[in-house]
Design a protein around this ligand. Structure first.
Ligand SMILES: Cc1cc2nc3c(=O)[nH]c(=O)nc-3n(C[C@H](O)[C@H](O)[C@H](O)COP(=O)(O)OP(=O)(O)OC[C@H]3O[C@@H](n4cnc5c(N)ncnc54)[C@H](O)[C@@H]3O)c2cc1C
Length: 281
């Protein structure tokens, strides 16, 4: 994360500054390795170096004959990694890629998370935990102390933990692993514990979950950053499809300040579908 990125921009439209001509040009990339994270998510390692990519950014991945979809950067070392959940036809095809096959990738795109202080709590729901592992690794390399909460509906859908990290907490909705309930059940006592005193809580996952995280953090006077997911098409602020209450999620986000998100009337309430219709969450 650059020094400039460390300030939460007041005027969010400035974030198109993260775009470079390189990030707009699709590259043909070989799939090197495909590992199973859980019953729904595959971790793809691609033969693509992206050393300038920062945690919280994403790439657009085109599967010829299918579609082009946004995917968060799950790691850049030793090369680009994506954690892909089978949500529909395109993501299923991507998640079932075989080593040796080729995909087309453009990026990095979007506004990364920015560092706030040195004591971080990272909260991931489902595949949203993958970009947070990347954030944890970069943060720890830069002296941050990191604690995590990883949530999923059931044990089978948990993402793999990051080795060598500080304290990690697990929650499952059905109680099949860790604490029973959603991530908020684990978050509340951590925020209430005066000894914890986090400088910032970073969260990525379902929007309703992130809204709960931002509300709890605000109530405890702790800063938060979220990664918003809206239906994206161009990924670089031209088509306007990912508009969210006056922001373009692809360039003003996906990483946004939690309190600014809470002040946005469409956060956690409405999103736009493939054809541009507004849908209630
Ligand atoms: C910034 C960002 C980062 C993302 N990172 C990841 C990731 O790391 N791993 C992962 O598995 N998924 C990620 N997603 C979501 C992923 O892009 C969609 O799940 C995927 O595009 C589904 O496409 P599909 O054709 O398989 O499914 P569909 O049947 O078309 O849709 C399934 C669901 O995915 C949503 N979706 C479909 N197309 C898009 C799109 N172009 N943009 C946003 N949402 C879409 C739909 O609204 C629907 O809820 C991310 C989305 C965004 C916006």
């Amino acid at each position: 994360m650059t020094k400039k990125a460390s300030q939460s921009p007041k005027k969010m439209v400035l974030s198109a500054k993260f775009l470079t001509p390189l990030s707009l040009t699709p590259a043909r990339v070989k799939v090197i390795r495909v590992e199973s994270e859980n019953s729904l998510v595959s971790l793809l390692t691609l033969d693509m170096q992206m050393p300038h990519a920062q945690p919280g950014q994403f790439v657009m991945v085109w599967s010829p004959g299918q579609d082009e979809k946004p995917m968060s950067i799950a790691e850049t070392k030793p090369s680009l990694q994506l954690a892909i959940a089978k949500a529909g036809p395109c993501s299923k095809k991507l998640a079932e890629s075989k080593p040796g096959e080729f995909l087309w990738v453009r990026g990095p795109l979007g506004k990364p998370f920015w560092p706030v202080g040195k004591k971080w709590l990272l909260i991931g729901g489902g595949y949203g935990f993958a970009p947070l592992r990347f954030l944890a690794r970069v943060g720890m390399e830069n002296g941050a102390q990191v604690e995590t909460i990883c949530g999923a509906r059931t044990k089978d859908l948990l993402m793999k933990p990051l080795a060598g990290i500080g304290k990690s907490h697990i929650t499952t909705d059905d109680g099949s692993a860790g604490v029973k309930g959603n991530v908020l059940v684990a978050l509340e006592p951590l925020l209430a514990d005066k000894k914890s005193k986090f400088d910032c809580v970073y969260s990525c996952g379902p929007e309703k979950m992130m809204k709960g995280v931002a509300q709890l953090c605000k109530a405890h006077g702790v800063k938060s950053q979220l990664s918003v997911e809206r239906y994206m098409k161009c990924g670089f602020g031209v088509c306007g499809h990912c508009a969210m209450g006056g922001w373009l999620s692809c360039i003003d986000g996906p990483s946004i300040d939690g309190e600014e998100a809470l002040a946005n009337s469409e956060f956690g309430t409405v999103h736009v579908d493939r054809a541009g219709r507004k849908i209630k969450f």
